[in-house]
Write a protein that binds this ligand. Structure first.
Ligand SMILES: NC(=O)c1ccc[n+]([C@@H]2O[C@H](COP(=O)([O-])OP(=O)(O)OC[C@H]3O[C@@H](n4cnc5c(N)ncnc54)[C@H](O)[C@@H]3O)[C@@H](O)[C@H]2O)c1
Length: 365
């Protein structure tokens, strides 16, 4: 049953994420009136549109931007290009849902925030972890412990993000279309920060696009609504990716542990330590539908009560589908998004700062 009027929706990009996640999700929601797609490889766009019965097919995001019947647009393009696409759509008067990263430079992120102000439209970033029912449960516990002081102060936080196979447990029944041989996606323009040496661009983009999720999740749990998080220290290997980054988030030391391993599924957990206990969440395989993060709650002995270790399970939901619902809800009812453009600008700033630290240590900046 729909909870609000249908939103007149279009989608840009028909690549992997669009076909396996967002187009089926938006198309299945009664709150979505899915009217058009744009795909730079037109035969691919037509196949996807035919399969999902989407009436209009365009070859560029600029065509959806010019379609007066569309009020909101989803975007999953190449990660260094999609910030420019999103900014064009906002300036054309569309609300935008977009995949992470929102931008790969503060300059583009600021352009997006400025475009929101100029057009009065809003952008939501697809940080699906913020819409995962298990992570929401952990956040509720963390907020309650902070408000009551019952477990003392927050003393430390860590995110362990070694990943593995991100498409583990993918639904084999989702129909997949490939672009015909000989068609290539448009090249991404150079959107990297001006100060970044050219030989570090690939490593920077690779690190940013993956661990932006992890930094954003720590900021969510530690309630960095003021956006004051900063980088304290950086220890990355010569690949510019494997290692440890120490952040200060609202006065709490928070560590991001990053590496790729060949784990068969997805290995990622986040732990918030209080003086009198901890809250821990373990991410599900990302493509596994209806499997939210699991939550562990440890309370040290207090008020004559024995120590306790509890596991909590949130109701079965798929974070990617929940974020789609949240976007449509926010557009239809004019309510704020939990992962807004101005909040995400902080993540983009932190990644520039991490790489500046890293390259200065190597005397390459
Ligand atoms: N949230 C997550 O867990 C997650 C996981 C994987 C990828 N992503 C993000 O999703 C995004 C897309 O990834 P993907 O693997 O689907 O990429 P992809 O390359 O498979 O798809 C991008 C599509 O956009 C099309 N395109 C490019 N410019 C266009 C334009 N101007 N107008 C219309 N179409 C255009 C390309 O032809 C291509 O088909 C990336 O930015 C990535 O960071 C997010």
């Amino acid at each position: 049953m729909s909870t609000h009027r249908p939103v007149r929706f279009g989608y840009v990009g028909c690549g992997f994420v669009a076909q396996n996640i967002h187009i089926p999700n938006f198309k299945s929601l009664p709150e979505c009136d899915f009217q058009a797609i744009a795909e730079a490889r037109p035969e691919l766009g037509q196949q996807v549109a035919d399969y999902y019965s989407i009436p209009r097919v365009y070859a560029s995001h600029l065509d959806i931007a010019a379609d007066p019947d569309i009020e909101a647009v989803g975007v999953s393009g190449p990660y260094a290009l999609q910030g420019a696409i999103a900014e064009d759509l906002l300036r054309a008067g569309k609300h935008v849902f977009m995949e992470k990263p929102m931008a790969v430079s503060v300059a583009r992120a600021q352009g997006i925030v400025d475009a929101e102000k100029a057009s009065g439209k809003r952008l939501m970033v697809g940080y699906m972890k913020r819409y995962d029912a298990g992570n929401i449960l952990l956040k509720q516990h963390a907020d309650a412990w902070r408000a009551s002081g019952e477990a003392g102060n927050v003393v430390f936080a860590r995110n362990h993000g070694f990943g593995g196979n991100w498409v583990y447990a993918q639904d084999p029944n989702v129909k997949r279309f490939d672009a015909p041989a000989g068609t290539t996606p448009p090249p991404s323009p150079d959107e990297c920060p001006q100060w970044l040496p050219p030989q570090w661009k690939d490593a920077y983009l690779g690190y940013l696009q993956q661990w932006t999720h992890n930094v954003n999740l720590l900021r969510f749990f530690l309630d960095d609504t003021a956006g004051t998080a900063r980088v304290e220290d950086v220890h990355l290997d010569g690949d510019g990716m494997t290692g440890i980054v120490v952040l200060d988030i609202g006065g709490t030391r928070a560590v991001v542990e990053s590496a790729y391993n060949r784990f068969h599924a997805w290995e990622e957990h986040t732990q918030i330590y209080f003086e009198g206990g901890w809250l821990k969440t373990a991410a599900p395989p990302l493509m596994q539908k209806n499997a939210p993060a699991t939550v562990e709650i440890y309370r040290a002995a207090h008020n004559a009560a024995a120590p306790q270790l509890l596991q909590q399970f949130a109701s079965p939901q798929w974070a990617y589908r929940e974020e789609a619902k949240h976007f449509l809800h926010g557009v239809a009812l004019n309510e704020p998004f939990h992962s807004s453009a101005s909040d995400t600008l902080v993540d983009v700033r932190l990644f520039e700062e991490i790489y500046q630290h890293f390259l200065k240590q190597r005397n390459e900046l």
